[in-house]
Design a protein around this ligand. Structure first.
Ligand SMILES: [Zn+2]
Length: 389
């Protein structure tokens, strides 16, 4: 059980309000009684906070429902339709996408632009503005923009640094560009870190405090929740599991290392192998369903075993209790999820009574873009933005 979130001290007023809003927004608490229990505050304190939030148009009471024995059920609480929304922007190697979503993480609008064959920095910036202009058109109740990008990024300087396989585009000052154009608070984080936050707040990571999110796609990325908090270092640099070596004599990687796991298991590599050995031009998802083809089975087994090897190394450092699979890994057949779980538990160093769990991300391929918006919500839940001033 996580520790009680609330603290009965006036210094923590904002933080308590942020926590209460989080518990309501994520559906963890549905009424004042549950909030009182989860926060460890008095009934009266919770009543006061909730009344303030109703007044401010953040929270709304739900209609009374009658229980079977005709006792009145406690009045339900939910996020008010009048509450501010956040925009999530996702920058990927092939496309950029923006969504408008509410505090309960329902997507209200979505806009995507695929870049085409070759783009430069100016074109990328134009495409980012294009999706955001469309999403923000006519919206006057947006609290912030959260951006998620392929790495490496520096969340503290608000820059995308030098991503591999990205048309040679580098050093994009995303935060300052967006602040200047939209006059909203802007937060930038690595895409897989965003996904980890999203799953931890709203998805399959909710009951866990130590989570490793794996993003499988054109690269292999990771997001880390440690002791209930997003892993963060001083320079805002994300963890890069893709460059954990699984073979010191292996292929040369552009990072300078050899045998980086990404070189073997990133989707374009695996797909190339599958197409070569089967002579068929299917997409990755279709291959994942071809369980009876021994050659497909062998290639996918190798992929999972290689990825598991890098995951074990990481689990030995972080002692994660849950591994969440995102990106193209959500298309894996369940037996590959089980295989990865078995390998990790056979090889991890620390023996613990509960085995490490491996699950697919609740929000599937949307955990990164929803996580972009969660960048903004995380600020609110920590007592910022809405509760400042
Ligand atoms: Zn590398």
């Amino acid at each position: 059980m996580p520790s009680k979130a609330g603290r009965n001290r006036s210094d923590y007023k904002k933080s308590n309000r942020g926590q209460v809003l989080r518990l309501i927004a994520t559906g963890e608490c549905k009424n004042r009684t549950e909030l009182t229990e989860a926060m460890g505050l008095t009934k009266m304190a919770i009543s006061r906070i909730v009344s303030e939030m109703i007044e401010a148009g953040l929270v709304a009471e739900q209609e009374l429902s009658v229980q079977n024995d005709s006792r009145r059920a406690p009045i339900g609480l939910a996020i008010s339709p009048k509450a501010p929304k956040a925009v999530g922007l996702l920058i990927q190697r092939e496309y950029c996408e923006a969504v408008l979503c509410d505090l309960e993480l329902h997507i209200r609008k979505r806009e995507t632009v695929f870049y085409g064959k070759q783009i430069d920095k100016e074109q990328l910036i134009r495409d980012m503005f294009r999706v955001l202009d469309t999403i923000l058109y006519g919206e006057d109740n947006v609290i912030a923009i959260g951006a998620a990008s392929i790495g490496p990024v520096s969340s503290s300087t608000g820059m995308i640094l030098k991503p591999f396989y990205f048309f040679g585009i580098e050093d994009i000052p995303v935060v300052s560009l967006l602040k200047e154009r939209y006059h909203l608070p802007v937060f930038l984080e690595h895409d897989n870190q965003c996904a980890a936050i999203c799953e931890h707040l709203y998805g399959n990571g909710r009951k866990y405090q130590d989570v490793l999110f794996l993003g499988v796609g054109s690269g292999i990325g990771s997001g880390i929740i440690s002791n209930g908090k997003q892993y963060r270092n001083n320079r805002g640099l994300p963890p890069e599991i893709g460059h954990v070596s699984i073979d010191i004599n292996g292929k040369q990687c552009s990072c300078g290392g050899r045998g980086c796991v990404e070189l073997y298991v990133r989707t374009p590599e695996v797909l190339k192998k599958l197409q070569y050995h089967t002579g068929k031009l299917y997409n990755f998802k279709t291959y994942c369903g071809m369980e009876k083809e021994p050659v497909v089975e062998q290639i996918l087994n190798d992929m999972v075993t290689q990825l598991a090897s890098a995951v074990v190394s990481t689990v030995n450092i972080l002692n994660s209790e849950l591994i969440l699979l995102g990106g193209d890994a959500v298309d894996w057949d369940d037996r590959y999820v089980t295989l990865m779980e078995r390998i990790i538990n056979e090889r991890r160093f620390v023996e613990w009574s509960t085995p490490v769990k491996v699950k697919k991300a609740y929000f599937q391929k949307d955990s990164m873009i929803l996580g972009a918006a969660c960048n903004a919500y995380l600020q609110i839940f920590e007592g910022g933005l809405l509760f400042e001033g």
